[in-house]
Ligand binder design. Structure first.
Ligand code: NAD
Length: 362
């Protein structure tokens, strides 16, 4: 069966990585009809927006998309295209598996953690006002002037609906994938209303899975420490947006860094696959960065498309290249300046070669 998939090359190092992704996925034998949709800072002058309407239309039509990283200017300029895509398409789940692979340098082994991050609410809601804005002043007045007059303000909305649906995704995933435990993580001791509500909602959902999936709660600060001391105690974690973002990077660090950390965003009908890492702009056009995180995201996509054989073939070939440690990019070598490091394209080619070897060995 042929699947029509929207491919967003992204900007910075995105296009060179996504060229490799397309070539490698095609080599798995899965029949993908790629529909290219451009977004990001490179198309701003062409379309007047970094997120042209046709990108959203393409994803809504095809229901499955894979995306290279997109740059977000800090402090000024357009809002994040990545956040806008998640909000526009109501991709409320940010799914980030963190798994150890042999050959990937890391302080830990045998990590197999799943992060389920709420993707649409929290401080990412985009409701914020600069210092001195009339709305900021109104909120300052509402607070009974407890807030300093020259403050900028960001609003943190957390809803029962949003919290319950993300918790339900985490428990469903745990059940379907033979996981044992879901840990909800917030800072509810301080943010009693918002984070307290998140815990309440997760606790309610947990009752539906009683006897099947264990449930526990942790505070985010303590969780950071626990994860670097005894990550083996954890399994599936569910978090509001900002904590989920931070803990994703922490967990990526546990398994060897951003170069090997994949991700997916799910709504009820649409899935968008992307790595955790950003556009690494300083390496643009240098054929230098690691394509593995995007390739492992493509593996998640193949599973989602029920192309299980292609997904397994791809993961095994990536694993073999990691384990051999020869045809890998600079970040996977013992030293960043290792002269034996290969480029993005060459690592992709090595993965394709391993897939061919595996097929001929059968
Ligand atoms: P980044 O992830 O782009 O890069 C940080 C550093 O990590 C790089 O300089 C590089 O040393 C390393 N790195 C990242 N990806 C790598 C890879 N594939 N292989 C090897 N090394 C890699 O983070 P940043 O510099 O904070 O962000 C750059 C831009 O990307 C920002 O505009 C940010 O907003 C954006 N961003 C986009 C996404 C997304 O598209 N989903 C995610 C995160 C950041």
């Amino acid at each position: 069966m042929t699947h029509r998939v929207t491919l967003i090359p992204g900007d910075g190092t995105g296009p060179e990585i996504m060229d490799v992704v397309r070539k490698v996925v095609d080599a798995t034998g899965a029949q993908i009809d790629w529909e290219i949709a451009e977004a990001g800072s490179d198309v701003l002058s062409k379309y007047g927006t970094p997120l042209p309407e046709q990108v959203l239309q393409s994803i809504r039509k095809n229901k499955v998309a894979i995306k290279g990283p997109i740059t977000t200017p800090i402090g000024t300029g357009f809002r994040s295209v990545n956040v806008a895509l998640r909000k526009e398409l109501d991709l409320y789940v940010c799914f980030r598996p963190c798994k150890s692979y042999a050959g990937v340098r890391s302080r830990f082994q045998n990590i197999d953690l799943i992060i389920v991050r709420e993707n649409t609410e929290d401080l990412y809601a985009g409701i914020e006002w600069s210092s001195g804005a009339p709305e900021a002043n109104q909120v300052i007045q509402l607070s009974g002037n407890k807030i300093r007059k020259d403050s900028a303000i960001s609003i943190k909305p957390i809803s029962k609906t949003g919290s319950a649906r993300i918790a339900r995704f985490a428990f469903d995933y745990a059940l379907k994938n033979h996981r044992k435990k879901v840990t909800a993580v917030t800072k509810a001791n301080i943010m009693k209303c918002t984070d307290g509500l998140f815990f309440d909602a997760a606790r309610e959902v947990a009752k539906e899975y009683k006897g099947k999936i264990e449930y526990e709660e942790r505070l985010i600060d303590n969780m950071c420490m626990q994860l670097v001391q005894k990550p083996e105690l954890y399994d599936v974690m569910v978090l509001p947006n900002l904590y989920g973002d931070i803990l994703s990077d922490l967990c990526a660090g546990l398994v060897g860094g951003l170069g090997v950390a994949p991700g997916a965003n799910f709504g009820d009908e649409i899935a968008l696959f992307e790595a955790i890492h950003g556009s690494a702009p300083k390496y643009t056009g240098l054929n230098k960065v690691n394509p593995s995180a995007c390739l492992l995201s493509a593996k998640l996509m193949l599973d989602y498309l029920k192309e299980f054989e292609a997904a397994q073939k791809l993961e095994e070939a990536i694993q073999t290249v990691f384990a051999k440690g020869k045809d890998v990019t600079y970040d996977m070598k013992p030293f960043p300046n290792d002269p034996t490091a290969v480029g993005t394209r060459e690592m992709g080619d090595a993965i394709i070669r391993e897939m061919k070897v595996a097929v001929s060995a059968k």
